[in-house]
Design a protein around this ligand. Structure first.
Ligand SMILES: *Cc1c(COP(=O)(O)O)cnc(C)c1O
Length: 220
């Protein structure tokens, strides 16, 4: 399947002007598609499944920066830890603790984003507002985990004002944490926005968008 290179160039231009980072979400797409986008200059890719990520990373250039954006199970951490650039969906203290333990074991500090539950879907993962401060405090005590920001997914709804409200809430939390300097260093990454809602996310202050279908076409 040819990738949407025109859409890529358009998007890249828009994001570069606004200094927003683009994560190309390649889950379920073949390595050939990733290779195509890589050849156009894209280095940051996001994957949701550990097995799929490990297989693809083994076949693709080593300078690709892999972002894990799915729900990570503790027993799979070690498979991606040696090479992952950013673990975006950290959603429990248990996971933070386990990432730290395994990061110590391989002597590498790993960057993470705390996932915040902003949408209405019960099934979505993430800390809620009240839990977030504890998570920051907790992460501040971990030597090999560096929380550099927040990640969130808005509700799957046609209601744009609802989506906007959810992103706005996440941005507020991000700004509050920044001023708190909860763990001694500023948060720099606010990962919000996908194909359907990235424009709203950008208007609401996103610094990092995760875009799949717009670049690679619909997933099956
Ligand atoms: C799949 C996925 C995306 C990309 O979705 P698109 O609608 O294809 O842009 C972004 N973020 C997360 C967490 C995802 O699981």
């Amino acid at each position: 399947m040819p990738i949407h290179s025109h859409a890529y160039f358009e998007l890249k231009k828009e994001l570069e002007e606004k200094k927003i980072q683009l994560i190309a979400v390649s889950k379920t797409k073949p390595v050939e598609d990733i290779q195509q986008l890589y050849k156009l200059g894209q280095l940051d890719f996001g994957e949701n499944y550990v097995q799929e990520l490990v297989e693809k990373a083994g076949k693709l250039p080593p300078d690709i920066r892999w972002h894990f954006i799915g729900h990570l199970q503790t027993n799979k951490i070690k498979l991606i830890l040696p090479f992952v650039q950013l673990i975006q969906g950290v959603d429990s203290l248990k996971l933070l603790k386990e990432i730290n333990k395994q990061a110590i074991a391989i002597g590498r500090k790993v960057d993470c984003l705390l996932q915040v539950h902003i949408g209405e879907e019960e099934t979505k993962f993430g800390f809620d507002e009240r839990e977030l401060n504890d998570a920051f405090k907790f992460s501040g005590e971990l030597s090999h985990v560096k929380v550099i920001g927040l990640m969130g997914m808005a509700s799957l709804t046609e209601n744009q004002e609802q989506v906007r409200g959810e992103f706005r809430k996440l941005k507020e939390l991000f700004d509050n944490q920044t001023s708190l300097k909860a763990h001694g260093s500023r948060l720099t990454a606010l990962s919000m926005g996908m194909t359907s809602d990235y424009k709203i996310a950008i208007e609401e202050g996103s610094t990092m968008v995760r875009i799949g279908s717009l670049l690679f076409g619909e997933r099956n």
